[in-house]
Design a protein around this ligand. Structure first.
Ligand code: CA
Length: 223
């Protein structure tokens, strides 16, 4: 597995490269955005570890450019910024997960492995999480072969969460997926759809749980 680490703190960068090498990852280190872009132009990476505060700009800009170019490389943001707005901005720009510095190396490795295990984002094909199977083209949903009937919004909510299973989905991403831009969304509406969906998933023992990520959004996980 080849990883690109974008980190401008040389001590932290070199320590991470050495530690990750011991866990079996080949890691290239870029100390700024320009070097990172050049590395992407010449090599294929399985995952990007991205610091946000970089000497020639913000890591979020690189992330936006990659997603605009339709890159699906998993991105784990490593940041000292623990403000909720920064995490949300990173996730909305297309990050898959984030880790706030300082972090334990074991946690970093666990997050990397989780992202690498995740199925590739493919928009047309059947999505499976736990015992749940969803067919995006028809909206058909089933658990162990039994059809699961859901109201339209709950089904849309489930699809967005399933596509990003194991990763945090922000409230805004969910609201944008569920409602038109100028729809008036009452602040508790999303919560009520989530709790109804949760109840249905529990009733049919789907093997998944919708976890609340405080101040940020929700994450679907297999139980
Ligand atoms: Ca930095």
């Amino acid at each position: 597995m080849r990883l690109l680490l974008v980190e401008d703190d040389p001590d932290l960068g070199e320590a991470l490269v050495a530690n990750l090498a011991r866990d079996g990852f080949a890691v290239d280190l870029a100390a700024d955005l320009a070097t990172a872009e050049a590395a992407f132009a010449t090599s294929a990476y399985d995952l990007l570890l991205l610091d946000l505060g970089l000497p020639d700009g913000d890591g979020v800009d690189l992330l936006r450019r990659l997603r605009r170019r339709r890159s699906t490389v998993p991105v784990l943001v490593l940041t000292a910024r623990d403000a909720v707005e920064d995490r949300v901005a990173g996730l909305e720009a297309g990050a898959d997960d984030y880790l706030v510095k300082p972090f334990a190396h074991a946690e970093l490795v666990a997050r990397i492995r989780a992202l690498l295990r995740r199925p590739a984002r493919d928009l047309g094909t059947t999505i499976r999480v736990g015992r749940l199977v969803l067919e995006p083209s028809t909206g058909h949903t089933e658990v162990d072969g039994r059809t699961l009937l859901l109201p339209r919004r709950e089904r849309m909510l489930l699809e967005v969460l399933m596509r990003r299973a194991g990763r945090v989905v922000t409230r805004r991403m969910l609201e944008e997926a569920l409602w038109d831009q100028d729809a008036e969304i009452e602040s508790n509406t999303l919560e009520s759809h989530v709790s109804r969906l949760r109840r249905r998933l529990q009733e049919c023992e789907a093997g998944v749980n919708v976890r609340s990520v405080r101040g940020v959004g929700y994450m679907l996980e297999a139980t």
